[in-house]
Ligand binder design. Sequence first.
Ligand code: XMP
Length: 317
Amino acid sequence: NFTPNAFVEEMVAELKEKLQDDKVVLGLSGGVDSTVAAVLLHQAIGKNLYCIFVNNGLLRKNEFQSVLDQYKGMGLNVKGVDSGDRFLSELAGVSDPETKRKIIGRVFIEVFDDESHLIEDVKWLAQGTIYPDVIESVSVKGPSATIKSHHNVGGLPDYMKLKIVEPLRMLFKDEVRRVGASLGIDPELLGRHPFPGPGLSIRILGDITPEKVQILQDVDKVFIDGLKSWGLYDKVWQAGAILLPVNSVGVMGDERTYEKVVALRAVESTDGMTADWVHLPYDFLMKVSNDIINKVKGVNRVVYDISSKPPATIEWE
Ligand code: XMP
């Protein structure tokens, strides 16, 4: 029977013993796992934990600044690195899903590596790896491990020569949330939906431009804010919007329009390996669709994804 308080107490003691006065670097993503890992390590070693939060330009709208502020408010020793332009320029003209992931993985490693070199005498790399990540990265047959190249686990280069510390590697997601709660982390942060490392890049089908990122951020915000204000956010395991590489004809006043189509996706799942689409209320879908079309310039049609996984994956790329 898992007791979060006991876990925290034991893990903090273990980390103190293991890390002593060593410096540790950790990449924060804004997600639950890396945040809980950071707070745990911060309790153990305080300012010797150096957190790096990279903006890859593909986060949700305003998320880089707001999450960075939140981390600072939690007392974490965190540096925000805004590399959005660099990611977007490396991605320019690239449409292939796996190539996008590889570019983002590579640029992230470059940025992270540069930043870690600025920390004098750092000895350890901490990661928010949890048990399902460990399983997925070792099982050759694991569907998403083979079909899509996840880069959360073991993705950092050997030449960093850092020792690895992964305080959550024996925990399941719900246990991580409970540990986070016992550490006093904001429940809203702990209840956040999963969000993929490559961010919005894999929700923009086809090539990525700053304009498309902005459109998708705006659409996503209307959708997610809507879920929250209708009390639906916590009933959904993951939700997001996808910008399709097609235009469709519409009318506005007497004018014919020819604009973008977005798809909304909301799924129920326990571990992301299988998923069902959520039967969101029609009234909600109607309101959100109207809001998106009225508020987001360049979009004139909204569709809802009613595919289960398998065979459809949660992300479209
Ligand atoms: P799929 O699309 O494979 O997604 O059904 C399952 C879960 O994994 C997330 N996902 C990723 N997460 N890097 C990540 O960190 C990735 O490349 C990646 N691809 C998918 C997805 O958001 C869902 O939660």
